[in-house]
Unconditional design. Structure first.
Lengths: 294, 289
């Protein structure tokens, strides 16, 4: 009797998660896989087996491809603009004897905890063609003619990346700061004494030691791109605005499922997204390993 | 200032050092302005009449401050905003309690017990961190339709209680609790739940507080799933309410900004109160993970 109790106790502790996990995650996940091989439009209609048609459909579906390209565009923006900007900010913020370090850190982090809907509402005014802050306060003094940020297909993605930069640079800088602060001063000093200049110190000492943080930040930058929904939806509409130039994958999934009520296809898109995310994060981990060995 | 530090700085002339720190502070201030001005513009804009927001030259401060946006928004003529704000408070608070309970219990199970299948089960938790919620969106919606939970907050709260991140976060913090403490309590005759409740939980208060802030913020700001399962305006959480305002009254931007500002106040209070706790502990997952 006592023995049984001892064996069962840990399972009792973890059971709430796995009970919920089975009902609200595992079952829907498998159910989505099943549904993705059927055509079901609307609630209460009979699903019809269509094999891999839903997946094959993606290859010729212009809107799906648009959303894939846009999401990748934003992910590239995250990796090549937002993450490096955050690293630079973190390097500056971890300088010795910096005044107001806490103040800057708190301020830079604040956009991250602001609701997506609020951020989108604010940026509706930032990007306004005639009365927006960006055109009037930054571009006009530089003598750059106003840009039609949200009405010109080629400018919608850069606009959303600017919004992402504003929103996410602070939290990524915070991650890098923690990483930088964990590097012992002795290591940096040893490199200095060996004659390393600032760039060499950065490239050959700091970057390799920041690798775990870099992996974490890049992984979440990629996942975050695929999760982006609220901001572009409010800024340009759930269809992505002019010529769907701001359509992200989650928005397309929403459109397919809840506007077109094409549940089978929407479920297939969800699975496609999961596969893409897993593939990208694995690739990214492999790439980081390769760089480590150079 | 240590002697070593002095040794490096000696290499540079005072002029270069002065120039460098001037450059650093200019850079930080410019970034601060770029981050801060959109917030300020939201607040000041909420006190402007619409005609003033859409007028040249664009100014940050209101020329003729007015409370009309707030009066109109809170009168409830356009949307039941106060009600929606209250709904959000309820959902976020309940969600925090629920998610914290589940995460703490399960985190304790993984941190302090050895059992068959532990590794594979924990692997499932980690895998969930990687998989997008979108994958489950359609079947989860169909499930809520079938059991009649549209417009019911349980449809948000129960799936939301299953947080792989929460479990992972609590486990990481609980690993540090010395096993000797637990063994001593067991010898004294305490049962497993009491050990968790009276010894485990008090020792991870900090981590619980951080998780509470994170869950609260997440629930407060959530939009995608609530907009799918909530159908009547009186049941909406505030982000859906604001989104309907943007859709219907795009020209009434002052009123929309007023709503956005009110919705940001609770976050501001939580953030100001818990900023050090949050900023210093947020990276636990990143470091140990």
């Amino acid at each position: 009797m006592r023995n049984w109790r001892r064996i069962l106790t840990p399972y009792l502790f973890i059971s709430p998660f796995f009970l919920g996990y089975a009902i609200f995650f595992l079952y829907p996940m498998l159910s989505a896989l099943y549904l993705s091989f059927f055509k079901q439009v609307g609630i209460g209609t009979a699903p019809r087996f269509v094999g891999i048609d839903n997946y094959a459909n993606m290859l010729s579906d212009q809107l799906f491809q648009r959303s894939l390209v846009n999401t990748t565009y934003y992910a590239a923006g995250s990796i090549f603009i937002i993450v490096p900007a955050a690293l630079i900010l973190a390097l500056v913020l971890t300088r010795r004897n910096l005044f107001f370090r806490e103040g800057f850190r708190v301020l830079y982090f604040s956009p991250n905890i602001t609701a997506g809907i609020v951020v989108a509402i604010i940026f509706g005014l930032v990007f306004d063609e005639k009365y927006g802050l960006l055109n009037n306060y930054i571009l006009a003094p530089l003598n750059i003619p106003p840009i039609r940020w949200l009405n010109e297909p080629n400018w919608i993605m850069p606009a959303i990346i600017i919004l992402g930069l504003w929103r996410y640079v602070g939290i990524n800088a915070l991650y890098f700061m923690t990483g930088l602060q964990n590097i012992p001063d002795e290591i940096k000093e040893a490199a200095r004494i060996d004659g390393a200049n600032s760039w060499q110190l950065f490239r050959f000492v700091l970057v390799p030691l920041l690798r775990p943080i870099l992996i974490f930040v890049l992984t979440f930058a990629i996942i975050g791109s695929y999760n982006l929904f609220t901001e572009p939806t409010i800024l340009v509409g759930v269809d992505g605005g002019v010529r769907n130039a701001g359509l992200f994958m989650t928005m397309y999934l929403y459109l397919t499922g809840f506007r077109f009520l094409d549940f089978g296809y929407a479920a297939a898109i969800g699975w496609a997204m999961a596969i893409i995310i897993l593939a990208l994060t694995t690739l990214q981990l492999l790439a980081m390993r390769v760089f480590q060995e150079d | 200032m240590t002697t070593r530090e002095f040794a490096y700085s000696r290499r540079r002339s005072p002029w270069t050092r002065w120039l460098r720190s001037g450059f650093v502070y200019t850079f930080l201030l410019i970034v601060a302005l770029l981050v801060g001005i959109p917030f300020i513009y939201m607040v000041t804009g909420s006190f402007k009449l619409n005609a003033e927001i859409y007028r040249y030259p664009v100014t940050i401060l209101p020329q003729a401050p007015t409370l009309e946006n707030y009066a109109r928004l809170l009168s409830g003529k356009e949307i039941p905003y106060l009600r929606q704000f209250g709904n959000s408070l309820f959902v976020a608070t309940t969600q925090t309690l629920l998610t914290l309970s589940v995460s703490a219990l399960v985190g304790w199970g993984f941190a302090k017990y050895e059992f068959r299948g532990k590794r594979i089960l924990f692997f499932f938790v980690l895998l969930t961190l990687m998989l997008p919620f979108q994958m489950t969106l359609i079947p989860l919606f169909l499930m809520m339709v079938r059991i009649g939970w549209l417009d019911n907050y349980l449809a948000i709260l129960l799936p939301g209680a299953i947080s792989a991140f929460g479990v992972f976060f609590m486990r990481q913090s609980m690993l540090a609790i010395p096993n000797e403490l637990i063994d001593a309590a067991r010898i004294d005759g305490a049962n497993d739940f009491r050990i968790f409740w009276q010894i485990g939980l008090p020792l991870v208060r900090g981590a619980l507080a951080v998780l509470a802030v994170l869950v609260y913020l997440g629930a407060w700001n959530d939009y995608l799933w609530p907009v799918i399962v909530l159908r009547t305006p009186t049941q909406f959480t505030y982000p859906i309410g604001l989104a309907t305002l943007v859709g219907l009254y795009k020209v009434e931007y002052g009123m929309i900004l007023a709503g956005a500002f009110i919705a940001t106040l609770p976050i501001l209070i939580i953030f100001i109160a818990g900023r050090n706790l949050l900023l210093n502990n947020l990276t636990i997952g990143a470091i140990k993970g």
